[in-house]
Design a protein. Structure first.
Length: 372
């Protein structure tokens, strides 16, 4: 087995007493001393910083870069303005989801992509092989770029306190270039928590400097991947290797509404999606208590017949109860208000199908206003 990779700030996590766990080939913090629930709640009310240096980053640049990626990605990028961002997918020829990612348009002929850690190598090869021989250069920046994720309703206040200007901060799902503590950064207003937040990319040699800077600023506290996942679950967002699979299309995974099959634009996987009917439905389920059903557990109807599988499940601190995302057979489709049972060990937990997201009071889209 290959040795786990470490991010540039692994020693800081250990000093802070983090519980470290293997994640996509990386040694990552699951939580720190106060635990997942405390980190989750702090992010919802204040601001937390997450080490996301394991993510993969690519640059595709040149006169044919945008045109080429407009065909390789499932959602368009040619219509993105400079400074715009779009959640996107890499699909197989048969319409299965290879990966989900963020695509930023940094200039007319320059794209910046952020992919999942476990797929970085495969994604790089997939894209390289499908770019034209000329006019689109591919750069894998993953080893040279660090990423820290500042999330929470006070995240903008933190950046302003650290000397940034309001004009430096991008709007929701936009990106900007700015200096932070003398370090040139790519700053995007993105994240999976549902709160106001900024994902910050910079030269990896400065990771310790910015980590220290954030933690020295009130009210920032560190948070691990455990809290990141419960925050994501409360938003009902699908995630790779749970809801998103190469065996399932976006229409099987709760993301079909994002894919436009009516436009004239062609992309890899489109022909298959036009022929391929959805076979699964992604449903959101609220349970009655704190006990959770874990991924891989069976989903049953009220007649106790197995109809699907839990893809994500946990106690959700904001809801004060457990919740789950589940993939069920399309022939057993459910609507909000329907009842199901989720297995948890030798127990079957009753739950109610609800609309996504579970959490609706987030600050992610709030407009930033100058102080009076």
């Amino acid at each position: 087995m290959a040795a786990l990779k470490n991010t540039p700030i692994v020693e800081y996590h250990i000093e802070l007493g983090a519980k470290m766990v293997p994640t996509s080939g990386w040694n990552m913090p699951l939580h720190y001393g106060e635990g997942i629930i405390a980190e989750h709640r702090h992010t919802r009310k204040a601001c937390s910083v997450f080490d996301m240096c394991h993510k993969g980053e690519f640059r595709i640049a040149g006169p044919e870069a945008v045109r080429a990626m407009d065909r390789i990605l499932a959602r368009p990028v040619a219509d993105l303005p400079v400074g715009g961002c779009r959640y996107n997918f890499l699909l197989d020829d048969d319409g299965g989801v290879r990966d989900d990612l963020l695509a930023f348009r940094m200039a007319d002929d320059d794209l910046f992509l952020v992919v999942n850690a476990g797929n970085t190598f495969a994604d790089a090869n997939w894209i390289r092989e499908r770019l034209p021989e000329r006019g689109a250069e591919f750069y894998d920046l993953s080893a040279d770029i660090a990423m820290l994720d500042l999330q929470g309703p006070r995240s903008a206040d933190v950046l302003l306190e650290l000397g940034m200007k309001l004009s430096d901060l991008p709007g929701h799902f936009h990106v900007s270039l700015a200096d932070l503590d003398g370090i040139r950064c790519i700053i995007s207003r993105t994240g999976c928590t549902g709160e106001l937040g900024f994902e910050i990319y910079f030269d990896a040699e400065y990771a310790d400097q910015l980590w220290d800077l954030f933690l020295s600023t009130d009210p920032v506290m560190p948070a691990g991947l455990g809290a990141r996942d419960t925050l994501r679950l409360e938003m009902g967002y699908p995630v790779h290797d749970h809801e998103l699979h190469r065996e399932w299309s976006p229409f099987d995974s709760g993301a079909g509404s994002l894919i436009d099959l009516e436009s004239e634009r062609d992309f890899i996987g489109k022909a298959a999606l036009l022929q391929r009917k959805a076979t699964r439905q992604l449903i959101a389920v609220e349970l009655e208590g704190r006990r959770a059903s874990r991924p891989g557990s069976a989903v049953l109807n009220e007649r106790e017949e197995i109809i699907g599988v839990v893809t994500s499940g946990s106690f959700c601190p904001t809801l004060e109860k457990a919740a789950a995302l589940c993939s069920i057979e399309i022939d057993c489709a459910k609507v909000p208000g329907d009842r199901v049972l989720l297995e948890a060990g030798d127990v079957r937990l009753p739950g109610t199908v609800v609309e996504r997201p579970f959490y609706r009071n987030g600050t992610a889209k709030e407009k930033l206003e100058p102080e009076a």
